[in-house]
Write a protein that binds this ligand. Structure first.
Ligand code: AP5
Length: 344
């Protein structure tokens, strides 16, 4: 393992505690949810969290997309505090659980705290191997740019060399994203984003478009890529074509070519670069080994970043992403144990 400097990766997203339980189709119907939703909670969904806690004995798992990825990257890297995380939480016991779990996994969490709302939660409703996500951002939406302007946090931003922000976060603070992206641009450092969920390119089209010129690596899954194409009025569902069109969108840092990486569940991962498209097969996982796919995409990015910061090729980064996702789907939520034994 290469010696990687502390704080080299900086991530920003919504800090959420996952409240995860196995439920039946009736429960999904009760709240008008589908088996594979990833949505923001509306007033009709607010009783879900108490319902889960009262009737389903749920698991509480440190969640939030980028925080998941950083926890997985730390698992790969072994040395604590390679990654730094910003997100906003309330002043409550959920914030303490979240911080304890993320720190135990080696992430240097530097939360902003608000008294305006409780810590955000995400209901993870598992039916067989499917998962439906319903996020109540609560405190997470109170993240404000002054957090990154504090001298101690500015120092962390200046020290980092890789920046990873979720598409989810465009719903919260575009000015924060742009300020960090401008630091990346100024120093020719890597700025990475994820499309995160189909509703992001559709419902937050303008906000996402403001950030995209700064993005060097775009991650997404097939549903998110199709939603992106639909939002852009591109008349195609062909992932290769969508990826190539994403490469052509305006880009601020001319010293780096953009790269698009699209996952498609058990089907090959696509690496779309300026002059070529590569496919990476996903080894078959027997159905009885799958627990749930919750966090698969986040784990993929975590595995990728864990290798990227060691200076490994995209080929190795993607194979480690596939390996990490495979571990996570054999467990409940984005969790892992023991030593990460990925072999290059
Ligand atoms: P969730 O969306 O469940 O996690 P994810 O990491 O995005 O995983 P998905 O199951 O959606 O995977 P994917 O579709 O992205 O990727 P793919 O299937 O292609 O979200 C989890 C977290 O999101 C929660 O912790 C929650 O807190 C957070 N969250 C929700 N709302 C939020 C919000 N508003 N703000 C912030 N956070 C929020 O799979 C990826 C890879 O996995 C594949 O390439 C492959 O390698 C592997 N893989 C997948 N399926 C298989 C298979 N069948 N066999 C073998 N390998 C597989």
């Amino acid at each position: 393992m290469k010696d990687v400097k502390e704080g080299i990766v900086l991530g920003v997203c919504n800090a959420l505690l996952d409240i995860s339980a196995n439920v039946d189709e009736q429960f999904l119907k009760k709240y008008n949810l589908e088996r594979d939703n990833a949505i923001l909670a509306e007033p009709q969904h607010m009783p879900i969290y108490d319902d889960l806690i009262t009737h389903f004995n749920p698991d509480y798992i440190a969640g939030g997309s980028v925080q998941n990825s950083l926890r997985v990257a730390q698992w790969i890297l072994e040395k604590p505090n390679i990654t730094v995380y910003f997100g906003c939480v309330g002043d409550d016991k959920y914030a303490k659980i979240l911080e304890e779990r993320a720190k135990a996994d080696g992430v240097n969490v530097q939360y902003q705290h608000t008294s305006e709302a409780p810590t955000g939660t995400c209901a993870v409703l598992v039916t067989n191997t499917h998962r439906s996500l319903c996020a109540n951002l609560a405190a997470a939406i109170h993240f404000s740019i002054d957090h990154i302007q504090k001298p101690e946090n500015k120092k962390l931003i200046d020290n980092a060399e890789y920046y990873y922000i979720s598409g989810f976060f465009v719903a919260v603070s575009v000015p924060t994203i742009i300020e960090i992206a401008k630091t990346a641009l100024e120093h020719n450092r890597l700025f990475i984003m994820n499309l995160s969920a189909p509703y992001i390119p559709l419902a937050f089209k303008d906000a996402l478009e403001e950030c995209l010129p700064y993005v060097d690596i775009i991650f997404g899954n097939e549903g998110e890529a199709e939603a992106f194409a639909q939002a852009q009025n591109w008349d195609t569902k062909d992932l290769r074509e969508i990826g190539k069109k994403m490469l052509q969108l305006p880009k601020a840092n001319k010293k780096r070519s953009r790269v698009v990486i699209l996952t498609q569940g058990k089907d090959p991962v696509l690496l779309i670069e300026k002059d070529k498209i590569s496919e990476f097969n996903v080894p078959l996982l027997e159905h009885d080994k799958m627990v749930d796919t919750n966090g698969a995409g986040d784990a993929f990015v975590g595995g990728f970043i864990g290798q990227l910061v060691q200076g490994k090729s995209f080929d190795v980064c993607i194979r480690c992403g596939i390996w990490a996702a495979r571990q996570i789907i054999q467990r409940s939520g984005c969790t892992f144990e023991g030593k990460a034994d990925f072999k290059e």
